[in-house]
Design a protein around this ligand. Sequence first.
Ligand code: ATP
Length: 260
Amino acid sequence: MTNEKLILKTENLGIEFGGLTAVKDFDIEMKPQQIYGLIGPNGAGKTTVFNLLTKVYEPTHGHIYLNGQDITKESIVSVNRLGIARTFQNIRLFKDLTVIDNVKVALHDSVRYNLLDSILKLPKFRNGEKAIEEMAMSLLRVFGLDQFANVKASNLPYGKQRQLEIARALGTHPKLLLLDEPAAGMNPTETAELMETIKIVRDKFSLAILLIEHDMKFVMGICEKITVLNFGQVLATGTPDEIKNNPEVIAAYLGSDEGE
Ligand SMILES: Nc1ncnc2c1ncn2[C@@H]1O[C@H](COP(=O)(O)OP(=O)(O)OP(=O)(O)O)[C@@H](O)[C@H]1O
């Protein structure tokens, strides 16, 4: 047991679907503000780990601790309120809403007023709306998306849509942000830009980031620590250099793909 404060810790986390063990004995220790990579072959269980951490799936085994608090039995909503937010492998924006409205939806939960306030447009409601508008704009500014505030989300270039998803996730004030393949489908320029944005987000919002990614240049370039999953189990955990040079990881996953 370490005395060091951890933002996320799991112990023997696992889930079975019928007879299939999708994830088994998954242990991770993440420090606050750490950028951490979760990699492994297709079907290794990476997205399932995200679904366990966000309580989309009920773990069959093990425990999840957020900031020292056991959140294993919490609901999806309360895990989000306690500080875990995520993005998805496939973009899940409200495509017909504007860029700013996508972020405002996430922020609405953090400003409290009741239905009557909103129907009567009482000062509390107006001030709340103004605060939400300002918060949304300041989030968009971090990503250079403020200039597109009134554009329909589906009209943004692909790389910007991915960034908008991150902006929206930040609207719930997470302490831990889970990014599922944030660089998927991006061109090299967009990927390089995303690396910078992720570092800025980590510093500006003082949060830890756990990311799943197949782009090894991206993972090795940005992550301080990496865990490799293979067949639902941890194959290795270490620094990018340790992982790159681990013979088991090379055999199971990196092989000739490394540096692609
Ligand atoms: N709801 C479910 N029911 C049954 N099996 C599932 C379910 N969710 C995931 N699995 C299985 O769990 C295993 C791990 O899948 P998962 O999507 O987590 O892998 P992954 O590492 O994220 O893969 P990829 O890199 O392709 O996204 C797979 O065999 C998958 O079919």
